[in-house]
Design a protein around this ligand. Sequence first.
Ligand code: UN1
Length: 511
Amino acid sequence: MQERYATILEDAGLDPSTPFDGATDGEQWYASGDELEVTTPIDGDTIGTVRQATAEDYERTVQRAQDVFEEWASAPAPERGEVVRDLGEALRDNKAELGRLITLEMGKIVEEGEGEVQEAIDIADFAVGLSRQLYGKTMATERPDHRMYEQWKPLGPIGIITAFNFPCAVWSWNSCIAAVCGDTMIWKPSSATPLTAIAVSKLANEVFTDHGYPGVMNLTIGPGSTVGEKIANDRRLPLVSATGSTEMGYHVGETVASRMGSSILELGGNNGVIVTDSADLDLAERAITFGAVGTAGQRCTSIRRVFAHEDVADDLVERLVSTYEQVDIGDPLDEDTLMGPLIDEDPVDSMMEAITHLEKQGGEVLTGGERLPELGPNYCQPTIAEVEHDVPIVKEETFAPLLYVIRYEDLEEAIEWHNDVPQGLSSAIFTENVKEAERFLGPHGSDCGIANVNIGTSGAEIGGAFGGEKDTGGGREAGSDSWKQYMCRQTVTINYSDEMPLSQGIDFSVE
Ligand code: UN1
């Protein structure tokens, strides 16, 4: 391993010379399954080996989450918030180090790696405040001297499954909120990014142990076919939050539902931006570049489709092509780089296949379109292709920096095309015209979980509920009232009268 890679691991609290154990119960680390070799997408160098969890290791971890639940759920919520506050502080203290580890393991540039840790810090802060605001409603009852209210109780140990592209932030959205809600958890990260999971779990272990609550946040690294399957089928886990492909989500969602569990699914997107003839093209160009090229197009919120009004399309395309051609591609650890490698060669292959399809269907590559073998097999050029709206490949999510530009004449038509895909995560309109913006936001506008005006589709703040409709899975994570899914709602009615009146005025007296 390159020395600079070993330094990154050390700085993030990982000993580069040892194989890592892939499971923890908050105190001990263990795992006796097959070894997983971890490579960096930067140059394919091996940066670690992880012993994966076996069925017995999984059992130990989930048992622990179940045992600890009783005590953790009994702690007052603000006390749970204090622990999450310290987790947020630990993340703050290690932001730069974790950010670089994310870059090394996943390939996003350092700026974005650190941004992801910031997202985790932000949700920790949000969760601390929330720990004093787990409000229930009080309702007016129809019976005299009765009181009715609802209260929110911890749900149980829960399962968290996360994807490679946000190896820290998506865990934090779930774990920080679940923790203040009184849940314990078992986390299965992507097998492509286990080291980030181990590094943040080490921090979590220290913080929770210091507070006398080890075992709230637990980790099991292992293949989806074993650990993922077990989580989906495990009746001890009333909730499974899963982020990843739509295909995975269908399977997890169906499996969890078949045992009456609930799931939060955050799956694929196919995010579109409408640029109207009144748009500020300078803003649109900047937002589209970040949205489509940022994270090498590997966000579920990445911009994949731009609907450009025909009066501004040429101008917009010219600006985008010129910007795209100036993007520095290369080593994501280098601070001049704007786009690093993709996670491995598969998405590069998928992007090349998509380009072949669209060219056969009359589309045209405007810039990019090539692999960059001189940098390595995981690198490619960010690409813009112009296509007609009904080209079939446009309905698919290609998890790579491939942007489709589609010209339109009429806003209603653009909205219709925009919605005519299976996915429904994020969307945006660029316009200076309030009527156009409101049409896009109105009942016949965007059908996505997120809709923005003069902002791209990616880079959502944690304060809002994050997620989308249709094949995106319907789940909502992070801010707003997403916390309610991590708790059990209980409706309580108390009779403090000396009578036994029945609701609906029913008389059931035995005379
Ligand atoms: C994801 O790609 O799975 O809105 C999450 C964003 C980030 C989160 C993306 N805050 O782009």
